[in-house]
Design a protein around this ligand. Structure first.
Ligand code: CUA
Length: 159
C-alpha cells in the first residue's frame, strides 16, 4: 500500500539525517581538540581525578595580555559563567576559552561574537578571541542537551 512506501521513505530520511548529524559532530569535534593533552584533562574531569585546571575552573593569566578561561559545562550550567558566577575577562587582551563537558554534548557560544563551539565530553574545545569593547555578553548553550537546555546560559563580563 502507498502508506507503507511513504513510511519507509520517511524512516530512511530520518536515519539519513541522524547519520549526517552524528558524522558532523565527530568531524567537528576532532578538529577542535586541543592536542596538547586536552584529552587527558577532560577525561580527568569525567572520572573525578584531581590535578587538572578543570578541577578549579576559572580565569588563568597565561602571559602578558593573554588569559585562559577553563569552563566546565554540565546539565544545565557553565562553571564559571552561569548564575551569579559570570566569566570576567579584561578588554583588549587575548582570551582563550577551553571548555569541556562533564556529561553530554553542549554548545558554547558568546552572543554578538564569533565564539561558537561544540563541547564534547572527554574533549577540550578551544577558541580564542579578543574583546575590544567592555560590556556584558550573553553566553548560551546552543546544542540540545536535555529538558532544561533552553535555560542553559550565562554571561561574560568584559571589564
Ligand atoms: Cu547545554 Cu544545551
Amino acid at each position: 500500500r502507498f502508506e507503507k512506501v511513504w513510511l519507509g521513505a520517511a524512516l530512511l530520511l530520518i536515519v539519513g539525517f541522524i547519520a549526517t548529524v552524528a558524522y558532523g559532530s565527530v568531524g567537528v569535534g576532532v578538529a577542535m581538540v586541543d592536542d596538547s593533552g586536552g584529552q587527558i584533562n577532560a577525561q580527568a574531569v569525567q572520572s573525578g581525578n584531581t590535578g587538572t585546571q578543570f578541577d578549579d575552573p576559572g580565569v588563568v593569566r597565561e602571559g602578558e595580555d593573554h588569559y585562559a578561561v577553563y569552563v566546565v559545562a554540565r546539565q544545565f550550567q557553565f562553571v564559571p559563567g552561569s548564575g551569579d558566577d559570570p566569566i570576567r575577562v579584561p578588554a583588549d587582551a587575548k582570551v582563550t576559552f577551553r571548555v569541556t563537558s562533564a556529561d553530554v554534548v553542549h554548545g558554547f557560544a558568546v552572543v554578538e561574537t564569533n565564539i561558537n563551539t561544540m563541547v564534547i565530553p572527554g574533549q577540550v574545545a578551544e577558541v580564542s578571541a579578543r574583546f575590544d569593547e567592555p560590556g556584558t555578553y550573553g553566553l548560551v548553550c546552543h546544542e540540545y542537551c536535555g529538558a532544561a537546555h533552553h535555560t542553559m546560559g550565562g554571561s561574560v563580563e568584559v571589564v
